[in-house]
Design a protein. Structure first.
Length: 201
């Protein structure tokens, strides 16, 4: 039981980090706005929010990789045989994997330079080396997630559901359960029918 909970946590921990960071920097900015209205602005809040947002973006990219939800141009792949489409996707993932490793390595080198020649933030006097550690860590984690998704998809043959498609299907199910006399549902039904006709054309 504990092992399964730990594996589930490690499988989605970037999402938990993103939730914490989002709440944190939104709260900090809200406090800054309120205090500025009273004429007591904080000198460090915007800097903390900026770096929190940076970490949020990097861990968000890792989590999107885990969900296989990053944007791709796949229109041409839809018209290919499955073996050819999978081969192109795997080749693209190989390039992506190598790119992530290269970015992690150069991020590590940049941190080494910042440790030798430190640069401190103006508001909090923090060493940027510690703030920028998110770059090598997140790109390395992204490379691991690329491998994880490809192993699950092509070796273990697990179905990885696209979150966008899942949300569309959920909306369709909700629409089917919608009352017939609801005007909002009727508007959505007309839009769905028009979209389906355009796809057929």
């Amino acid at each position: 039981m504990l092992k399964k909970a730990f594996i589930a946590f490690m499988d989605h921990f970037e999402g938990y980090i993103c939730q914490i960071l989002l709440v944190f920097f939104v709260t900090i900015l809200m406090i800054q706005i309120i205090l500025r209205w009273f004429g007591m602005p904080l000198t460090w809040s915007e800097e903390v929010a900026r770096y929190s947002f940076l970490w949020f973006i990097m861990f968000g990219a890792c989590y999107a990789t885990r969900l296989s939800a990053l944007n791709r141009v796949t229109l041409h792949i839809m018209y290919m045989p499955s073996w050819m489409a999978n081969a192109l996707l795997i080749i693209g993932d190989i390039f992506w994997f190598v790119f992530n490793l290269a970015m992690a390595w150069y991020g590590y080198l940049s941190i080494q330079e910042l440790l030798e020649l430190p640069y401190y933030t103006p508001g909090l006097d923090w060493n940027l080396a510690y703030i920028y550690m998110v770059f090598p860590f997140s790109f390395l984690l992204m490379a691991i997630r690329v491998l994880q998704v490809d192993i699950c998809k092509y070796i273990l043959k697990w179905e990885i559901i696209d979150p966008d498609k899942a949300s569309v299907e959920e909306s369709k199910r909700a629409l089917m359960d919608c009352p017939e006399d609801d005007p909002a549902c009727e508007e959505v039904r007309r839009y769905t029918e028009c979209s389906a006709e355009e796809e057929k054309k």
